[in-house]
Design a binder for this molecule. Sequence first.
Ligand code: ADP
Ligand code: GLC
Length: 494
Amino acid sequence: MTIAPLRILHVASEVAPFSKSGGLADVCSSLPPALAEHGHDVVVISPFYGSLREFVSSGYLHTTSITLNNREFPIAFTEHKHLTQRVRYLFIQCEELYGRPGYYYDPATNRDYEDNDARFAMLACAALTWCQLNNWVPQVVHGHDWQSGSLPLFMRSPRFGGLFDNSRFVFTIHNMAFQGRFHGGARVWFDHSDEYAELGGPAEFHGMLNLLKLAIEMADAINTVSPTYAHELRTIEHMGFGLGPLLHKRHSHFFGILNGLDTTVWNPETDEELEVRYTATTLALRNRNKRALCEKCGLQYDQAMPVVSMVTRVSEQKGFSVLLPIVGDLISSPAQLIILGNGDPAYESQLKSLERAYPQRIKLITEYNEPLSHLIYGGTDMFLMPSLFEPCGLSQMMALRYGAPPIARETGGLADTISDYSHNPVSGTGFLFREYSSHALSHALKRAFFMFRDTARWRKIQRHGMKEDFSWRRSARVYEEMYRRALAAPRVFE
Ligand code: ADP
Ligand code: GLC
């Protein structure tokens, strides 16, 4: 079904390639253009962090000042060009709040910035201020994750004089583990918070201010990023990190919509970061990428020995507690292991000592490196994602598209995007395991290593994955349908 063009505002704390720590950034740079393709007028607004200075802006659009908590902050909005000209990407410059190296925490200390309440109150308030200054009133205000969770408070603020009274607030949960919890005193940064953060109110959770809860309570439509994660959130208590019952309560407004990929950026046929570009019919060329990857990582290239890789945040979510105990077994299979990622210092140090013990077999690169990530997807034999939970996961889709069959836990979006080869020899694309244990992971790895020895069969698995459609084509339509429903009904929260 087609719907009349809408004005849609996306508010997000990360947008690739400008700011990215994970898949949220990928989604916020690929869903908006997919919506614009369908004729909608789409604007994306995000903070201008210190690290964005390398991006040349296409000029100041507006300078203004915004008062929060009785303090006046000078603000500038700049526009940056991205791959597509059809979507406007706007950034909020506020040196005092965003002019630092990290997005959410200080990379020097690994501690959250203490003024994240003010920083993300500003994101919501400034995004709406831009609309006001430009007299551009969106029908849909679409927030992503807790950082934009205070939008419904500001949409109702007298400072905007009812401008957003006919707009609907749509909210996407990318990860339930991050909720934006603040002590009660933080409410001073948020308009209207006295009313909404009172005990028992939408913003209050266990005596704290919880921005994720606020957004879920007040949204006119809510979704998460895969059907299976939506189901898990509704049905498995611990998956909701305390907010499961609330999602249950809001089930008639809660949807699971699978993420897509920007298939122009993630395409092995055109990817400039690869040593050799290839397609499903020229897969033999791929070994040259494997060789280049091994060289870059200081590992010896051996066509017959599988290279298993991860490109990931190093965190509990990503399954390190089941992986670490079996790394020794994995490499003695024999195999090589490459991990690109950083995060939890305890996991990092365990990985570093494994790397020191087996330098010919393990390479750990504790940095964020976009070009290297492309070479890994295009050169590794297998891709590992033993996640404890995975709302969607984009990495496995990239791996599938680049012909690196994933070995992954059957949870969230991993269950929705990978089909197990042993169960589906006609179309299987990877290797899944269900139980969150080293034993189950080890068994899946063994199955993959066994299949890898049969080159003809392995090629089939690679090709099945490369044929899958991970574009936004289908999911962008489902988002439109969700917007349409939200607009057709009265606002949920007055
Ligand atoms: P999450 O959002 O939970 O981190 P996703 O699989 O949805 O997981 O998205 C991860 C995204 O971040 C992918 O685009 C992946 O390639 C990228 N990524 C993660 N870690 C790194 C890294 N160290 N260097 C480069 N890219 C990375
Ligand atoms: C979160 C999730 C990840 C998802 C991404 C984009 O970071 O952890 O599974 O793919 O958001 O929606």
